[in-house]
Design a protein around this ligand. Structure first.
Ligand SMILES: [Zn+2]
Ligand SMILES: [Zn+2]
Length: 90
C-alpha cells in the first residue's frame, strides 16, 4: 500500500477529510471545503466536456476551437495545429 493510500485509509478511519486533515462531514470522505472543491472540479470537467462536444458539432477543433478545414482536416478530429502538438499535449 502506498503512502498516500495509507494516509487516506487512516483519515477515513479517524473520520477526517481524506484530502486535508479537517474533520470530515458525516457520511462523506471529505470536509466541507474539500467537498466544495471537488464539486467545482467536477463542474469544470463537465463544462470542458460539453464545450468539446459543442465544438465537435460545429465542425471546430475540440481542443482549441479553431474551425476545421474541410480539406486539410478532413477525417481528423483536431485541427492541424493541435495534431502537430499532440505529442507534447499528450
Ligand atoms: Zn478537507
Ligand atoms: Zn486545434
Amino acid at each position: 500500500m502506498d503512502r498516500r493510500k495509507k494516509y487516506r485509509e487512516l483519515h477515513k478511519k479517524l473520520g477526517l477529510c481524506i484530502d486535508c486533515s479537517n474533520p470530515a462531514r458525516p457520511g462523506v470522505l471529505r470536509c466541507r471545503k474539500c467537498s466544495i472543491k471537488m464539486h467545482e472540479y467536477d463542474i469544470k470537467k463537465r463544462d470542458r466536456k460539453a464545450q468539446r462536444e459543442r465544438y465537435k458539432k460545429m465542425g471546430k477543433c475540440p481542443r482549441c476551437g479553431k474551425p476545421l478545414d474541410r480539406d486539410a482536416d478532413n477525417g481528423f478530429f483536431y485541427c492541424v495545429n493541435c495534431r502537430e502538438h499532440s505529442y507534447e499535449i499528450n
